[in-house]
Ligand binder design. Structure first.
Ligand SMILES: [Zn+2]
Ligand SMILES: [Zn+2]
Length: 205
């Protein structure tokens, strides 16, 4: 059984640092799980679509969602929708239904008028750490808000994604020796090559 505090510690480890978007991602994940009345994913039963883009200041949001929902990059259960928002659609594959939760503008505005936001925006280096005393008030604010205050939640709507069957058969590349999943092997006459070697070795004429 995990709780938000434990997930935030795990999120901090995964993401590399604590930040309000990470906390918001964990909170958004929980809000969506509650709306769908499902527990966090053990296997591949849930799928997350986050609207935070790679140029958004709130990158931590996607990591928070992964930690809270179990929809991880490793399980191929999370994608970015290029919408530039702190929004999440969580899909329950078993019941073929989904919900969208999105940060309320008032909370976003509070975030963007915080000392944390000014510190992040004015940091000359994007990897400069934010001092703890700058972080703590905004983290406490985000943690203490009720779900309803933080996010708007859509009605539940029908949705499903087609699932590909996993592949179990591997073959050794005859040039480099790496084991390759069969659909990713290129055949050159009798030889079977991985895609890296196939790129490197020109086909014989
Ligand atoms: Zn962050
Ligand atoms: Zn190879």
């Amino acid at each position: 059984m995990t709780d938000v505090k434990c997930e935030l510690e795990c999120g901090e480890l995964l993401h590399g640092h604590p930040c309000p978007p990470l906390t918001l991602g964990v909170r958004a994940g929980h809000a969506a799980l509650r709306a769908l009345a499902v527990p966090r994913a053990v296997e591949r039963e849930l799928f997350a679509m986050v609207e935070v883009t790679s140029d958004h200041y709130g990158q931590g949001f996607a990591d928070g969602v992964q930690v809270a929902t179990g929809c991880t990059f490793g399980k191929d259960r999370i994608v970015r929708l290029p919408h530039g928002k702190l929004g999440l659609t969580l899909l329950d594959q078993r019941r073929r239904r989904a919900v969208r939760v999105a940060l309320r503008a008032a909370v976003g505005e509070a975030l963007e008028s915080s000392a944390w936001f000014r510190a992040v925006r004015s940091a000359g280096e994007p990897w400069a750490p934010v001092p703890r005393e700058v972080l703590e008030p905004i983290l406490a604010f985000v943690l203490d808000c009720e779900d309803d205050h933080l996010f708007s939640t859509s009605p539940i709507f029908p949705m499903e994604l087609e699932e590909g069957a996993p592949s179990f058969r591997t073959v050794p590349c005859q040039a480099c020796g790496d084991l390759v999943l069969e659909p990713y092997v290129e055949r050159r006459g009798e030889a079977q090559l991985c895609l890296r070697c196939a790129e490197r070795i020109p086909p014989r004429r």
